[in-house]
Write a protein that binds this ligand. Structure first.
Ligand code: PLP
Ligand code: COI
Length: 366
């Protein structure tokens, strides 16, 4: 296996012979939505047992050929990441904490029995793609270029064991708001399904976790909610996270609580950043567990004043309403809370270069 330190992989650039016209791109960028449009290029890097990572290419975005027996198609040996490139206040382009994504990618790779990718190569691949496709970064509030690095097992083999060939790919997608509804606060549905069990893959960012969340997420949508929230597998009592976001609870005494990373929750990079920013605000930040019953009681008594969800795609999103088999309850006024708005603004200001980057979270490109 390639060692994480090995990072001297040379990239070949093949510019797209017929990129999207300025006019069509401008139309896309005027209203990017989330995850529906893509830039002209992509990165691919191959991994072969005994050889390591090789053939790094930044070329035209195009379909990939896979043998129908490729292991990813049968046993879901796949992992991914999500991060964003921002147009900053001074016109520079910046990534937010890509080192953290690179590290999490390798933790996911380890859990899925996949080879580690040198962190420097992960970051270089992203930087090169963003630099080449920089005309695709949308401007304006909430707009960014969403980057999706992922790795798939490509070996044609139907036996159940780690594959001997992999492909690392990065694609880029201009992004606006994640939630279509545009509502000031989202409504979430407490699922009876389980997302992750102790010893499972909940802390890894692997496609299988998201495949398993589609039915519960569909149920949430069918009932008129925006997102699904999952409880723990063992007791079905403790709140874990949403389908694609971590949660924070704000109390009337200035305490803020977020579920602890017990191995069944994705360790969000936004979550980690907000913990730092909330502590800087002088708040008491606790990582622990919180039950659905307590959540309902505290919302009713007014002890709990705000709840917000966070993630790269969703940034910081207030939760206004929670519904489940036992009925529903409203948090605070049902709209965005004060601290939620304040902490979102602080995070976004750093990402946009409008506030000083005192934590070394910003990595400028070019
Ligand atoms: N939890 C899940 C299940 C996610 O898919 C995501 C999104 O990546 C998050 C939490 C938030 O993680 P991050 O802040 O690193 O985007
Ligand atoms: C992200 O926030 O980057 C994610 O991967 C979450 C996904 C639901 C879009």
């Amino acid at each position: 296996m390639a060692s994480i330190a090995e990072a001297d992989i040379a990239f070949t650039t093949v510019p797209h012979p017929a990129p999207v016209s300025d006019e069509v791109r401008a139309q896309v960028l005027a209203n990017p939505g989330f995850g529906t449009s893509f830039t002209d290029h992509m990165v691919t890097i191959e991994w072969t047992e005994g050889k390591g990572w090789h053939d790094a290419v930044i070329g035209p975005r195009q379909p990939i050929a896979l043998d129908p027996a490729a292991s990813v198609l049968h046993y879901a040996q796949e992992i991914f990441e999500g991060l964003k490139a921002y147009k900053q206040a001074d016109g520079a382009i910046a990534l937010f904490r890509p080192e953290a994504n690179a590290a999490r990618f390798n933790r996911s790779a380890e859990r899925l029995a996949m080879p580690a990718l040198p962190e420097a190569t992960f970051i270089e691949a992203i930087e090169k793609l963003v630099a080449l496709d920089k005309a695709w970064i949308p401007e304006g509030e909430g707009a960014s270029l969403y980057l999706r690095p992922f790795m798939i097992a490509t070996e044609a083999f139907l036996g159940v064991r780690p594959a001997k060939n992999y492909k690392f790919i990065v694609i880029a997608s201009p992004a606006g708001n994640y939630f279509k509804s545009g509502a000031p606060a989202v409504s979430i549905w407490v699922s009876e399904y389980t997302r992750a069990a102790p010893g499972g893959t909940g802390a890894a960012k692997c496609g299988g976790n998201y495949a398993a969340s589609l039915v519960p997420q569909g149920e949430a949508i069918a009932r008129g909610h925006d997102q699904v929230v999952f409880l723990d597998a063992a007791e079905h009592k403790w709140i874990e996270e949403l389908g694609g976001m971590n949660l924070f609870y704000v109390f009337d005494d200035g305490r803020v609580l977020t579920p602890a990373l017990t191995g069944t929750i994705l360790p969000g990079i936004t979550r980690d950043s907000l913990i730092t920013l909330l502590r800087e605000e002088g708040l008491t930040l606790e990582e622990g567990r919180y039950s659905l019953d307590q959540w309902r009681d505290d919302a009713a008594s007014g002890k709990l004043v705000e709840t917000f969800a966070c993630g790269t795609a969703a940034v910081v999103t207030p939760v206004g309403k929670v519904a489940g088999q036992q009925g529903e309850f409203t948090i605070g006024s049902g709209g965005p809370g004060q601290l939620t708005g304040k902490i979102k603004n602080r995070l976004v200001a750093i990402q946009r270069g409008e506030a000083p980057d005192t934590h070394g979270w910003i990595r400028k490109i070019g």
